[in-house]
Design a protein around this ligand. Structure first.
Ligand code: BES
Ligand code: ZN
Ligand code: ZN
Length: 503
């Protein structure tokens, strides 16, 4: 449950519970030492008890405080004293503090600031608050009985510069709002989120913030010749939609503020189509619209913060179902670009949807760069597991910029290769290309990326395969609930825009 309010304070007031930090060598941090003194040394004494040391970074222990002015003391491992904290680690620390204190008390003072950890990216308390907020979000709307263990409603963060921390957190809180929207639509089942309903969510969320939302329906897409996207959609009772989101926060002049396009795979359910997926785990394919979810959350974050950039977000939304009207393996379709595709496997549908969306983005908006997000291949999970998303790009500078944001935000990327060999691996005997790689070529994520590359012309482009990271396989990897939607890509791309384009 998300806290009502996170505030910042420059004084450690009495009352409620308190979180303090301890280093890996067992010594108290400066603020912990001050509080320990006030409490007559009970923190240092408790740390000497057998089994109560908190030497591991991000581990927390708590005890009921005998002092009249405090309920609980929560001790958090800060790691090595001299360690410089990165932003992402400060967020992790905040998340750990949340997990260690949320069930204890309504009011908690988090007495860890720049005196306790080395941090050179502004206010560590703002990033800790952001981490706590991200950790607190959960998806329980379909549970009749809500989890009532969480009591923490008003964490107070100790900060050396309260005003600066408040300002920094105001921006991060809006990024969290974008992430929460992404998590919500990714978590919702496919009987709730399907192309038309997701398009409605986009309108309802973004128009009040001053963003523009236009929705293309089947007839308009037909007119545009988006036959690859429509071929995927044709097996479903649920009609496809293409949502065009625009946030024009930048200058009106094209040369000083270029358009950046984000394109998201929005397969609201991927049954595989006629090339039906096995039943085990098929339910997870309700998350196959996570790319579109990322684009939606990103535009929300940018609009909330009035980011001075011009962005267009495309949500390419279809449902991939088997039926009498579904496309068949062996069908050949002509994409909007004019290139023909032999459909060898109807489960390789994401690339067909993106083919038309990428081409449309390029033709219609002449963007400076294009970045697509897609839960595109199972093969990327084999290659990179759940820690890194796969990054493919035809531009080294762009790949470098995105990777840098990945390191800063903790949404990590691993650059994957592309080459002529893999490109040739998708040539078809009867059409311009086939939608799966040839069996002897392997590298399924790369052949998928090569396929997309054929639809971006000479645009600078990056493709981010998020199949392994859109939900969190483990508690340690992302700041969210275990097994829950991560919202991967929103913070990453927000940081990318802020660092490179928000002038
Ligand atoms: N949506 C899946 C990819 C996926 C797999 C996402 C696991 C999240 C977790 C995609 O549409 C798909 O089915 N890809 C096939 C491609 C193959 C048929 C060439 C795959 O990866 O097996
Ligand atoms: Zn598929
Ligand atoms: Zn899919």
């Amino acid at each position: 449950m998300v806290p009502d309010k996170i505030t910042f304070t420059d004084k450690i007031r009495k009352g409620g519970s308190v979180v303090v930090g301890v280093y890996a060598d067992g010594s108290l941090s400066p603020n912990a030492a001050k509080i320990d003194k006030d409490l007559g040394g009970i923190i240092s004494k408790s740390l000497k008890k057998p089994g109560f040391a908190v030497k591991t970074q991000f581990k927390t222990r708590s005890f009921v405080c005998p002092d009249d002015n405090r309920n609980h003391v929560i001790i958090t491992g800060l790691g090595d004293r001299d360690k410089e904290y990165a932003r992402f680690e400060a967020e992790k620390l905040g998340a750990a503090v949340w997990s260690g204190s949320a069930e204890l008390d309504e009011e908690v003072i988090v007495a860890i600031n720049e005196e306790d950890v080395r941090f050179s990216d502004g206010c560590v308390s703002a990033f800790m608050a952001f981490g706590a907020l991200l950790k607190s979000w959960n998806f329980d709307k379909y549970k009749s009985e809500k989890d009532d263990k969480i009591k923490l409603r008003r964490p107070e963060m100790l900060s050396k510069n309260k005003t600066a921390a408040e300002k920094q957190f105001a921006e991060l809180r809006n990024v969290a709002e974008g992430i929460f929207l992404t998590r919500l639509v990714v978590s919702e089942p496919a009987n709730v989120i399907y192309p038309t309903s997701l398009a409605e969510v986009a309108k309802n969320e973004l128009i009040p913030l001053g963003a523009e939302v236009e929705i293309l329906k089947t007839a308009e897409m037909k007119k545009l010749g988006m036959n690859a996207l429509l071929a995927v959609a044709q097996g479903s009772q649920n009609e496809p939609r293409l949502a065009i989101l625009r946030w024009n926060g930048g200058s009106k002049s094209e040369s000083s503020a270029p358009t950046i396009a984000f394109i998201g795979k929005g397969v609201t359910f991927d049954s595989g189509g006629i090339s039906l997926k096995p039943g085990d785990g098929m339910h997870e394919m309700r998350c196959d619209m996570a790319g579109s979810g990322t684009v939606l959350g990103l535009v929300k974050a940018a609009a909330l913060n009035k980011l001075p950039v011009n962005i267009v977000g495309l949500m390419a939304m279809v449902e991939n179902m088997p039926s009498g009207s579904a496309q068949r393996p062996g069908d050949v379709v002509k994409s909007m670009s004019g290139q023909t595709i032999e459909v060898l496997n109807t489960d390789a549908e994401g690339r067909m949807v993106l083919a038309d969306a990428l081409w449309y983005a390029k033709e219609k908006f002449n963007p400076e760069i294009m970045v697509d997000f897609a839960t595109l291949t199972g093969a990327i999970v084999v290659a990179l597991g759940h820690e890194f998303a796969g990054l493919f790009s035809n531009c080294d500078v762009l790949a470098e910029q995105i990777s840098k944001s990945g390191t800063a935000t903790g949404e990590k990327l691993w650059r994957m290769p592309m080459s002529k060999h893999f490109d040739e691996g998708i040539n078809s005997d009867i059409a311009d290309m086939q939608n799966t790689g040839k069996p002897d070529v392997r590298g399924g994520s790369i052949t998928a990326a090569q396929f997309l590359k054929r639809f971006v012309g000479d645009k600078k482009w990056a493709h981010i395969d998020i199949a392994g990271v859109e939900t969190s396989a483990s508690e340690d990897l992302f700041i969210c609930q275990k097994g829950g939607a991560t919202g991967f890509g929103v913070h990453l791309m927000y940081d990318f825009l802020r660092e490179n384009y928000a002038k």
